[in-house]
Every structure is written in structure tokens, then in C-alpha cells.
Design a binder for this molecule. Structure first.
Ligand SMILES: NC(=O)C1=CN([C@@H]2O[C@H](COP(=O)(O)OP(=O)(O)OC[C@H]3O[C@@H](n4cnc5c(N)ncnc54)[C@H](OP(=O)(O)O)[C@@H]3O)[C@@H](O)[C@H]2O)C=CC1
Ligand SMILES: N[C@@H](CC=O)C(=O)O
Length: 341
């Protein structure tokens, strides 16, 4: 049986999905039967000659022959109602959209469970790094104390280029855009908002609470920074039995910390827990192929579940209990930027 896919978005990540699927063909029992974009040009039609293109994303979602929607178009509007409709009508959904999942992931996950379909979003956080899968599957008998990570490839790339290679901020940002690391509007990258979305998703999976974006204090890298090893960090740290400190921003980091060597568009996450102690994952955090590989890892799992006739619950949403945390801000620093303890 061929599993039919409707693709919403054919930009950096969507293009990467098609490139990898074409390279894998015919090993995967899947076929992209329609794709939605904003602009259809003859060059694009030629590049994707075997995929009918449309500018009407709703018509892809409404197509009753499609089994799976892969959403890589971004934004909350009109994406949220499109994905709600997809789930309501029994389609599985795979998304890379952190803006959407940080703010509506919980309700979409519950809707998917109620409709007995899969809702996957590994690609939304830290590109190729399987951090959501790791949080959901690796810590059932453990207690996570702290998550510290680099979750925005564009910011890390800019800081690497400016501090190691003497690039100017604006040319480093332009390079990040050209390489497909940055968002369509890079404001979210450099202001820390993109990292805050990712921290909100991680916090839900690691600590059982979804903070609002307003609850996450954030600083961007779009400010004058001192001459030191500085990394754009996300932090979620247990403080006592019910307090959770959340922060996003540039931190001075000691050379002995393994995160200090994570450069370019790489991301990394250092998870400290009671039993396992410190565990670090590192890898490409942005870009076409790394992000598309996370989308396709989700698709591979979904294909297995469909073939087995089981209902996917990739991040154990069914059994996760909601926790009652008081979200607190980090201690203010009197001058300069904070140092990671
Ligand atoms: N780039 C990256 O490294 C990563 C991106 N992501 C996330 O993946 C998603 C996609 O990112 P990316 O591929 O970089 O973005 P792009 O801007 O490169 O691609 C977006 C695609 O969606 C299409 N699109 C946008 N709005 C609509 C609409 N209303 N109807 C139909 N098509 C639409 C665009 O069409 P057109 O091309 O015609 O303009 C384009 O093909 C975002 O949510 C992003 O945050 C997640 C992890 C990493
Ligand atoms: N713009 C994002 C892309 C991946 O999420 C980043 O730079 O990390």
C-alpha cells in the first residue's frame, strides 16, 4: 500500500524532504501526491514535474486520497486551522513549525489522540537532533533537573562568524539566510523568540508544563556583546520542588563547558538528571537536509505504525501528566550579560 502525502510548503525544508525522498526512491512506500506553495513558476513546475502544485493549501488538506500532511510552510495563521482540519478528518500530521507547536501543540496533540492519528513534530526543535524523542523515551525512571542548550542555529552561526572570523553582523546574518538556516523573517532568530518557542516545547516534554511565551524572559544576540565565549542559550532549571526557572539569551560560557565548542549552525543540549546525570546531544540545528531528515524520521515511524495498525503517540502525550510549576525568571545581573554557572 502506498501512503499518500500532501506537502504544505516547498521551501528550504520542503525541498529537502523531496530531495531525500527522491534519493531513497523506491524504498519508501510513500508518494507526495500534491504540494502547496505561494508561488507557482515554470521553473518550479519543471523541478517538481511529478508533483501537482497548488497555491490552495486548504485543497490539499481537503483531498480525501491523502493520508499524511507534512506541514513545512510555517506561521500560525492559516496553518493552525489547516492542521486542525487535517486531524479532524483523520489525516496524520508531521510538522516542523515551532511557532505553532509552542503555542498550540498541546491542543493539537490531544486532538490527534482523540482522532486516533499521529501528530509528529521532532523537526520543530533543534533540527536533526532527536531531542523530543529522547525526552519522551529516555527519562521514564529519572527526574530531569536542568536542560541547557543552543537551540537557534542562526544565532550560533552569527556569533561564530563574528567572533572567530571577524565577520560583520549583517553579512553573517545574510550568510545564514543564504544557507537556509534563518526563518523567512529572521527577527525571531536574532531576538530569541525562535529559541523561546523551542524552549516552550522542550519544557512541556521535560517538565509537563507549557509556559506561555510571555513567561520566558528573553534576550537576543542583536545587541552589543562583550569579547568572550558567548553562546545563545536556552535554560530550563528545576529550583526546589515546584519552581522552574526559564531563560533565553546570550550567556558567557566557560571553556570547560562542552557547549563552548558548539559552533556554526550546530545546536546542542545538555540534560542533567538525577540518575543519568549529564547527557549531551549535538548536531546540525538548521538547514534543508538536517531538518528534512528529522521530518523523514517521523515519517518512517508513522509508516511503521500505519503498517502495524497502531495509533502513533510519538512523545507519549497520552500518559503525560500535567505538572503544577511556578515559572520564575533568572536572577538579574547587575552589569553585562550573565555567566552560565
Ligand atoms: N529552515 C530551517 O532550518 C528550519 C525550519 N523549520 C521550520 O520549518 C518551516 C518551514 O521553514 P522553511 O522551509 O525554512 O521556510 P521557507 O520560507 O523556505 O518555505 C516555506 C514554504 O511554504 C510556502 N508557503 C508559505 N505560506 C504558504 C501558504 N499560505 N500557502 C501555501 N504555501 C505557503 C512557501 O511558498 P513559496 O516558496 O512559494 O513562497 C514556501 O515554499 C517553518 O515552520 C520553520 O520554522 C524548522 C527547523 C529548521
Ligand atoms: N531558524 C531556525 C531554524 C531551525 O529551527 C534556526 O536558525 O535555528
Amino acid at each position: 500500500m502506498t501512503i499518500k502525502i500532501g506537502l504544505l510548503g516547498l521551501g528550504t525544508v520542503g525541498g529537502g524532504v523531496i530531495d531525500i525522498l527522491r534519493a531513497q526512491h523506491p524504498a519508501w512506500p510513500v508518494q507526495v501526491t500534491r504540494a502547496a506553495v505561494r508561488h507557482i513558476t515554470p521553473a518550479r513546475q519543471a523541478q517538481y514535474s511529478n508533483i501537482p502544485l497548488t497555491t490552495d493549501a486548504a485543497s490539499v488538506v481537503a483531498d480525501s486520497t491523502i493520508d499524511v500532511i507534512i506541514e513545512v510552510m510555517g506561521d500560525v495563521d492559516p496553518t493552525l486551522p489547516l492542521l486542525e482540519t487535517a486531524l479532524h478528518t483523520g489525516k496524520h500530521v508531521i510538522s516542523a513549525n515551532k511557532d505553532l507547536i509552542a503555542q498550540h501543540g498541546e491542543e493539537l496533540a490531544q486532538l490527534a489522540l482523540a482522532q486516533h492519528v499521529g501528530f509528529y513534530y521532532e523537526a520543530a526543535v533543534m533540527g536533526a537532533i532527536p531531542i523530543l524523542h529522547t525526552l519522551a523515551h529516555t527519562y521514564p525512571s529519572d527526574q530531569i533537573q536542568r536542560i541547557v542548550g543552543i537551540a537557534n542555529g542562526t544565532s550560533n552561526f552569527i556569533l561564530t562568524q563574528t567572533s572567530f572570523f571577524g565577520s560583520r553582523y549583517t553579512s553573517a546574518l545574510r550568510e545564514a539566510q543564504a544557507k537556509g538556516f534563518a526563518e523567512a523573517d529572521p527577527t525571531n532568530d536574532v531576538s530569541g523568540l525562535d529559541a523561546a518557542y523551542k524552549l516552550a516545547i522542550l519544557t512541556r516534554l521535560a517538565f509537563g508544563v507549557t509556559p506561555t511565551i510571555a513567561q520566558i524572559p528573553r534576550q537576543g544576540i542583536d545587541q552589543k556583546l562583550p569579547d568572550a565565549i558567548i553562546k545563545p542559550l536556552i535554560i530550563a532549571e528545576r529550583r526546589g520542588p515546584r519552581q522552574l526557572m526559564l531563560a533565553v539569551g546570550p550567556y558567557v560560557i566557560k571553556p570547560s563547558n562542552p557547549l563552548s565548542g558548539v559552533n556554526g549552525a550546530n545546536n546542542a543540549v545538555l540534560i542533567s538528571s538525577t540518575n543519568m546525570q549529564d547527557m549531551m546531544l549535538m548536531g546540525p540545528g538548521a538547514g534543508a537536509r538536517p531538518t528534512a531528515s528529522a521530518v523523514l524520521a517521523d515519517l518512517a515511524d508513522l509508516v511503521t505504525q500505519i503498517r502495524q495498525g497502531t495509533v502513533p503517540d510519538p512523545y507519549h502525550e497520552r500518559t503525560r501528566s500535567a505538572a503544577d510549576w511556578q515559572i520564575i525568571a533568572p536572577e538579574p545581573v547587575s552589569t553585562g550579560i550573565p555567566v552560565l554557572a
